[in-house]
Design a protein around this ligand. Structure first.
Ligand SMILES: [Mg+2]
Length: 248
């Protein structure tokens, strides 16, 4: 169960969460996977190579990380490769319902945590029209105090716990801690319950979020049709339903 009275901060996943589908994304990932694996393994991306990819993806969860493991490249190189293709092929447009959602949730602090580069993350948020919401000069873009592309900012991808621990420490330092205060591990863990992670991939976004103490919301998951894992506090049939939690 979610404890909405405690929530002061929301961390948002982007792809599949703030927008549901862009055919270009699937195509580019499929294409990049084929090109990178064929180049490294000197053989066609056939059923055998696909099976190996899926076996490692099971373990590493993130496609970027799996490709890095299977090609020996750095996650930054893989991200640059896919995102340079995506930059010119994206088909995203302004989402008035999403803008309305963020306008209604202005009283909370919002942060973005996407598995990718920071520039492309900013690009997506602008295409969705979220830069049009003005809050203050302290905000990096629109309603977002901080916009993290995990690959650039944390040199890791979700679901690695480094990413979530670093987000938790940033939140503690910048939103809760005062410089004359003692730093305590107990306080850091206590503030974690005031953070809500919203994402569409339970194992990538929500399982590690719960491990560091955040509350969790599974986006685009209808509670009538999905099996809710224990680490998920609430299921949202659409992302726009999040507002109902705060203003029932
Ligand atoms: Mg996602």
């Amino acid at each position: 169960m979610i404890d909405k009275s405690k929530i002061k901060v929301i961390i948002w996943d982007v792809d599949g969460t703030l927008y549901q589908s862009d055919p270009a994304v699937g195509q580019v990932f499929e294409e990049s996977r084929r090109e990178l694996l064929e180049k490294y393994w000197h053989r066609p991306y056939d059923s055998e190579l696909k099976a190996v990819f899926h076996a490692f993806k099971q373990k590493h969860k993130s496609t970027t990380k799996t490709l890095a493991v299977m090609t020996g490249l750095d996650i930054k190189d893989i991200t640059r490769y896919t995102e340079s293709k995506l930059r010119v092929r994206r088909r995203l447009s302004r989402d008035p319902k999403l803008i309305k959602l963020f306008t209604k949730l202005k009283h909370l602090h919002h942060l973005v945590l996407r598995n990718g580069g920071r520039d492309e993350t900013l690009n997506i948020l602008k295409l969705l029209g979220l830069n049009q919401i003005k809050v203050s000069d302290r905000h990096e873009l629109g309603p977002f105090l901080k916009v993290w592309g995990a690959v650039d900012n944390f040199h890791q991808t979700k679901p690695h716990l480094d990413v979530f621990d670093r987000a938790k420490l940033w939140i503690y330092k910048h939103l809760f801690w005062q410089s004359d205060q003692k730093i305590s591990h107990q306080d850091i863990n206590q503030i974690a319950g005031q953070v809500l992670m919203v994402g569409d991939k339970p194992e990538v976004d929500l399982k590690p979020a719960k491990e560091v103490g955040f509350q969790t919301a599974w986006a685009w998951a209808d509670p009538k049709t999905v099996d809710k894992p224990d680490y998920v506090d609430v299921c949202l049939p659409t992302i726009y339903d999040l507002v109902k939690i705060f203003n029932p």
